[in-house]
Design a binder for this molecule. Sequence first.
Ligand code: ACO
Length: 707
Amino acid sequence: MTQQKPSISLLFEPKTVAVIGASATPGKIGYQVVKNIQDGGYEGTIVPINPKGGEVLGLESYKSLEDFPGDIDLATMVIPAKFVLDSVKACAKKGVKFLSIITSGFSEVGNVEEELEIVRIAHENGMRILGPNIFGLYSGGVSLNATFGPSDINKGGVSIITQSGALGIAMIGKTKVENIGLSSIISVGNKCDIDEADLLEYLIDDDETKVILMYIEGIKNGERLVPVLKRATTKKPVVAIKSGRSKRGAMAAASHTGSLAGADEVFDFVMKQCGVHRAENLQEAMNWCKYLSEVPMPKGENVVIVTNGGGVGVLCADACEKHDVTLYDDQAALKEAFSGSVPSFGSTKNPVDITGGASMDDYMAAIEAAYANDDIHSIIVLGCETAVLTGGTLTEYIGKIFERHGYEKPIVYSFVGGSEFEDSAGVLRDQGVPMFPELYDAVSCMGVLYADYRRRGMGEEAIAEPERKPVDAERINEIATAVKADGRSFLLANEGLEVMKAAKIPMPVSLISHTMDQAVAYAEKIGYPVVMKVVSNEIVHKSDAGGVALNLENADEVIDAYQAIMHNCRNYNPDAKITGIEVVEMVKKGTETIIGARIDPGFGRTIMFGLGGIYVEVMKDVAFRSWPVDNHEALAMIKDIKSYPLLLGVRGEEQRDIDGVVDVLLKVGAILESCDLITDIEINPLVAYEQGEGVKAVDVRILLKKD
Ligand code: ACO
């Protein structure tokens, strides 16, 4: 029976830490872990466990856990894989609360059964497992470095959760180089039990943690992670780097951690939905984390660029547009703010250009003016090396102004010049000035700050549980259960139509005929033109079988089509049982879209939207979201596709019925949620007509779980 889980805070703030496999031999991991715990200044009790007994780094070791008289909150395991299972049982017996298994040799190399057994024992005994296959964890709050990584870690405001051990250790080194302080770093490895969601639960409310950085290779339980991430980003910035963008990368990641790297596009969209900043590379992630952990929230959206060079000013304006940084645009106010510092041949428009000929005093006056003006909320300072702005003046003047004002408001600097000039910029960076050699990096930091500012502004709205569109869940389950009972894991056209009806999704009128006369009667009833399609369990690809006839204009054409379909299908598969021939209203032309809902292996229920035809097939122009979403998010998803302007109407066309598309997206998600048997729903095409004229689901494919 599963026992109640201990509070995750005990993992970060243990009072007693055991090291199982503590060794007196320098060079062994069991030695390094004990040394790191000691050197890091941990003030709790350290309990070395070694069957031989004796001393480890001056501490008396115990031959077994049982020999230690007190409680153990966290045990770090550094013994060979073959001894781990027995040792886990001993930990369970002792009542250990958290176990950090550094040892490799489990699911990442195919040893899945043993890993599952370890988790089973842990859960039966109220114990939680970090790892296996990890470097351990560092928790700054209690100065605990229970890793075999570097012993020298700067304390600060960034917490790192990493799936890769080696990269995690490298990141500790990198944070030191970049002068970034850590509040914690946790290696999750195979994530057999504790995953990102568990750790975020603690970090969201941890006052020491200002920014959370996650390195992810694959998502295992996205349905649990997504709500926690959404909550986290309303409180503090979360930055993610994920490997596996390329197919090759995804394969490497899969073999590296033993977990499948989630489809990258889905990951990208879901992170955006959660308000997570996805970095392209490690350097970008480090830049963002450092900046976000130091800078205050801006008081508004007005950003001003101060520059001595028009070219870099324009480049910067482009970068601002790319990163959604809003440039202050009130020309009169800008003139008033900067006319005292900008020479007559410069420009007070934004970018504020003091020009290369201006003196250093003018430069400083312009920056001072930007700090002093309450309507200016953030500043980007750019500089090109000139006869006036040299390496020497740069360190002197910029150093002074940052010393005077620092982060009174968000500010970034980027200066371009020769080696002496760049060296001076480097000196300033080492002094803590947010100075970037590349202006795109400076602007991207400002961009994530503003994305965060907007996210914070959403407050509760960002985490509110969306209302669901009502669908007839009982009817949907009845249909799916009957299909399963029939031994199928796909729905026939008429069954798909019934599901659409149960969700009130508009479909073309359709009737199943069993005789030629009936087909003609139905066609007359529906109104010409009509489409006819074979209905047979054994014929899934109807067009290939010659089982579809389009654009039938009168009774004679219906009779001919009926005979042709019967003939073609009998030839195609003589054993196929033909249940009937479907007579369907031929829908008018409109904009073809595609809507899907499916169980993603990483994120669970997800929905998809795109435009049909070449847009989805060639350009893969589709957007995804984790389910559930509200109206607002469904609309944001539709706007995410590159071909969105086509829905707004081009070349004099009217806007399409976007509300109708949103409605179907929300209903498709609700269908998936209403029935555990359904794994995939795809409406292709969903034809969208002009605003107010609705949409029509022309074809639907629904798949069920395979046994
Ligand atoms: N309880 C307590 N101590 C035990 C037990 C036990 N049941 N069994 C053995 N020990 C002791 C040993 O006697 C030894 O102590 P000693 O030095 O006094 O003799 C100590 O535990 C370690 O045992 P060794 O057999 O010496 O094992 P070794 O240190 O060579 O390897 C290790 C153990 C490091 C856990 C190894 O099996 C392993 O998994 N290495 C990979 C770790 C790793 O890379 N993890 C991923 C990190 S992330 C990244 O990629 C960097």
